[in-house]
Design a protein around this ligand. Structure first.
Ligand code: LLP
Length: 440
């Protein structure tokens, strides 16, 4: 039941028995910055960026990695991704704004979304966005019209739906046919979309995009999706005379949420995808498209942990024991929304030899707010510090102010040193846009 700390990059146990992240004592961090606290290891974040680049560039030397900022929309981290040679992916104009603010060159940005409004497209083209991934026939018309008005040519990729079933949480599957995302390959919509794009003077067809889901632990759906996409590339050449310069395979690489489970490496995914694409291209005399991937979770997830202070511990004899922490639903909605599970341990008792017992860990929102259905802990007590692991992705970015809890601060740690990269929200922040008397 004990978490295997050594399975998590950046984590260690100090001589004082405290959990350390990137060499920084987590108990000290909690004291210095308060809790709940998002802690991001800059070292792990850089390492994951590098490892993914190395894995894909080994198999496809001109592969390009675009960090999916939706996983962690913190300017300091986006900036690091840029320093590590990654582009930035935005799923909304707001994320695009952030990507540019973080210092990404406009040509290295990609804008997604299943309904981008005319004003979104205008904003993106005005900022000289690198690629717009079109998702519908309506968007093709809208984008062409906006680009014509602005007298620019928009570089587009077409989001297709390869109809691949990836094994992951139900809500995170998007590549299967029954999905709001992408133009289906099966019924000819994807082909028709490219035909229409090729006829538009203000659209520059760059390539094909798909994303089959998130937290995919088995690399084989990546191979199957790549095969289907390559069949589509061949059909495009045959039936529309189209050249596809880029094949964007989306995100989906997994992270460790349980120290007992085996984890595939980025290299395994790279081998599946690049091997498939290269072989089909070679066998059919097709120019190799540039492989682009958009990892979010796998880059940011392992780089983050969240620290909480333990509050009341409640024993209900014969039923269950509860541990309360000073955060929950508003800083990590994933257990409630997806039934997501994590590893966790007491940072101040990381080396404790006390017997581990199961506790239901809940937050302090006015809701069921269960963070862990059952977590084994050694003698948890009021004032302890609970560390939840692998929270770097989709925790901060999906946070809310439910019950008017201010969002936590975020610190970046590197080689034992910490710096504040996001201030804790204040109560005043919570009401900043709220007009008591109304106006107009
Ligand atoms: N590209 C596209 C077009 C996407 O839709 C996504 C994620 C990604 C890339 C990045 O995927 P990743 O590498 O992170 O798997 N909120 C959910 C995850 C939703 C993912 C949505 N799209 C969660 O908390 O698990």
């Amino acid at each position: 039941m004990k978490v295997k700390v050594e399975k998590y990059p950046g984590l260690s146990i100090g001589n004082n028995g405290h959990l350390c992240f990137s060499g920084a004592d987590c108990v000290r961090l909690a004291k210095q910055f308060g809790t709940p606290l998002y802690v991001i290891s800059e070292d792990v974040f850089r390492d994951t960026c590098r490892a993914q680049r190395a894995a894909f560039e080994k198999h496809c030397p001109d592969a390009h990695i675009s960090f999916s900022t939706k996983a962690l929309t913190a300017l300091a981290l986006m900036r690091i991704a840029v320093q590590e040679g990654l582009g930035l992916d935005a799923s909304s104009p707001g994320e695009l704004f952030g990507a540019l603010k973080a210092g990404c060159k406009p040509e290295n940005t990609i804008l997604h979304g299943n309904f981008k409004k005319a004003e979104d497209l205008e904003f993106a083209l005005g900022k000289k966005v690198g690629r717009i991934v079109v998702d519908s026939f309506e968007e093709i018309e809208e984008l062409d019209a906006v680009a014509r008005r602005m007298k620019v040519r928009a570089r587009v990729q077409v989001r297709v739906n390869p109809g691949v079933e990836a094994h992951t949480f139900e809500l995170l599957k998007v590549g299967m046919l029954d999905s709001k995302f992408g133009l289906p390959l099966q019924n000819g919509d994807a082909l028709e979309a490219v035909r229409r794009i090729l006829k538009k003077k203000n659209l520059d067809f760059m390539g094909v995009h798909y994303h089959i889901g998130s937290q995919i632990l088995d690399p084989s759906p990546f191979r199957i999706a790549a095969e289907r996409a390559m069949e589509f590339l061949l059909a495009l050449r045959r039936e529309a005379g189209a050249t596809v310069r880029e094949l964007n395979i989306g995100g989906g690489l997994p992270v460790r949420y349980d120290s007992r489970h085996p984890m595939p490496t980025p290299e395994q995914f790279a081998r599946q995808v690049c091997g498939t694409v290269k072989k089909i291209a070679k066998d059919n005399g097709l120019d190799m498209p540039r492989i682009i991937l958009e990892p979010g979770r796998s880059v940011a997830g392992p780089a983050g942990i969240t620290l909480y202070t333990v509050g009341p511990v409640k024993h209900i004899p014969g039923i269950r024991d509860y541990v309360t922490v000073d955060g929950g639903l508003s800083d990590n909605v994933r257990p409630g929304l997806y039934g997501a599970t994590y590893d966790g341990l007491l940072a101040n008792k990381a080396a404790s030899a006390a017997r581990m017992k199961p506790f239901r860990v809940c937050g302090r929102h006015c809701e069921t707010d269960t963070l862990f259905q059952s977590l084994h802990l050694p003698d948890p007590a009021y004032g302890d510090i609970l560390a939840v692991l692998s929270t770097g992705a989709y925790n901060y970015s999906m946070s809310s102010n439910y019950n008017k809890f201010p969002r936590p601060a975020m610190v970046a740690v590197s080689k034992g040193k910490a710096r504040l990269i996001m201030e804790r929200e204040t109560y005043a922040d919570l009401y900043r846009k709220d007009l008591t008397e109304g106006k107009g």
